[in-house]
Design a protein around this ligand. Sequence first.
Ligand code: LLP
Length: 425
Amino acid sequence: WPRSTRPRGADLVVGGLPAAELAERFGTPLYLLDERHVRDTCRAYRRALPGVEIAYAAKAFLCRGLVAWLREEGFGLDVCSAGELELAALAGMPGERVILHGNAKSGDELRAALRLGVGRIVLDNPAEIARLAALVAPRQRQRVMVRVVPGIEAGAHHAIRTGGEDQKFGLSIARGDAEDAVLRAVAQPHLELTGLHCHLGSQIGSVRPWLAAVGTLVAFLAGLRDRHGIVLPELNLGGGHAIAYRSGEHALDIESFAIDVRRRLARQCALYELPVPRLIVEPGRAITGPAGVALYRVLVVKRTAHRVFVAVDGGMADNPRPALYGARTTVRLVGRAGAPGTRQVTVVGRYCESGDVLAADVELPEDVRPGDLLAMPAAGAYQQSMASTYNLVGRPPVVAVRDGRARVLLRREGIADLLARDVAE
Ligand code: LLP
């Protein structure tokens, strides 16, 4: 739950406001984002990582209000589409703080990045290098990084592991692809290669994979220096910092991450007599995830031979994580006390498939009934941003809460919004 969350009697108070009141006022399903929690997390990152450039991974959740907070907190932004790029610019994020990613960037995306003056473009394949160089204006130089594959498996689910050899991102160090790309990039007069990027995966709870990556990357940097006289000043370690979704789970401790990674980097660089590169990190989930709460209204309680289903008014379209990654989460009844006894239920959504499960085998008060309000924590990342309009149901709103005040960041998508894009007679 966000740090501002206090159980008040039967209710849950987020950012100084009772969840039940917010659900009445804005309707359900509803996503709340605790502004203070986001800002406090940003500050904790800045304190733990002084001198490190921190670019929030926009894919976790993005809207203009959030970009304003991040800008004020001294964060940059990692974007991976023209849409994220345009939104960043619209929200006043300085171009030089933006990093553009993508394994298949379109010409329009590259042109938009150059026009908006992004700080770095991360190259993901050899062909992209000449393609980008050809688009840079005659007297300009674009700063770039090469995304490398260190050959390290880490991350909570195979769909979110990006450090191993058999996946689509980056250029393999082991196969020599990364070295080729570095030489190609350095040979382009309109590109300035500032360093290497690697993103191991997502929801990684131990610092060990990053320590291994630092070892591999610094050895590779030393090889570049020895074989080609190339010394690169920056190292981007990507994101992937785990958060807790259920009690008993542990988030990655950012202070130990900072200490251990910096120590390993200093030691490895000393070993090879290399200058210590400037670090960049790109946390997404860890910044907004824990600050979010999802609220749903119970519509149906149904008993079957196998289990009790509690069906709510949202589901896999606003939170596809359980269906995609088998993700597990906590559920709480709010707005009334409920019976003292509990029973095991499966919370499902309203979408038309049986895989639409939000939380399997969770305990809720035994008298849980239609009209009840349920809250799920750690809902601030990869839920709204991955939401769809499946079954032609509009996406829920996101409301920022802070010090007893609520402000709509993203409004609810209505049927009129959905019908508006259907333009055929
Ligand atoms: N940097 C790069 C290049 C990335 O691809 C990602 C995430 C991040 C940073 C941020 O990772 P984070 O700190 O948020 O873990 N939809 C999945 C997660 C996909 C992550 C994709 N890339 C999920 O809900 O678990």
